[in-house]
Ligand binder design. Sequence first.
Ligand SMILES: [Zn+2]
Ligand SMILES: [Zn+2]
Ligand SMILES: [Zn+2]
Length: 181
Amino acid sequence: MVAEGGGRPGYWLHLEASADATLADLDSFLRDIWLECCGHLSLFNIGGQTYTQTSDAPDFMWAGEFDDESMDVELRKVLGPGIKFSHEYDFGTTTYLTLKVVSEREGDVKGKSVRLLAQNNPPLIKCRSCGNRATYVCGQCIYSSDTAWVCDACAPDHECGEDMLLPVVNSPRVGMCGYTG
Ligand SMILES: [Zn+2]
Ligand SMILES: [Zn+2]
Ligand SMILES: [Zn+2]
């Protein structure tokens, strides 16, 4: 499988998953490597059908639509070569991912049911003040200001204050909510 940041295709993962793994396994893999900040809800959309977590938590019902299906379904039942699908993490400050099944093979998958084959190198993002490599991004003005990306030296001068700065990490969720990698 290939996973890409929606609107941020410079962030990508090549994955291999067992057909016996579930969408919930894939969801937790994506959270671990790219997404998890504060336990937000997430979903997959495969051919117009949405799949969400099942949970006994009393406040769960507000999130799911009645026609959602459970992520506790094996990949073999919902995916196959050529199928494109999407993932959303956090229904407020949403990170969108696009995924595609490239091919399938027969063989044993050792260890984890989803594993990483390859990943993009961290893209070079420049400090908007001095042009050096940016190490922080402002979670407050990332959407509105071109000056949100700063380096160590320029960070103390950022207009929103240093408390708003998040580390620049190799993920399509960089700078969103409280994501620190
Ligand atoms: Zn969060
Ligand atoms: Zn700088
Ligand atoms: Zn700012």
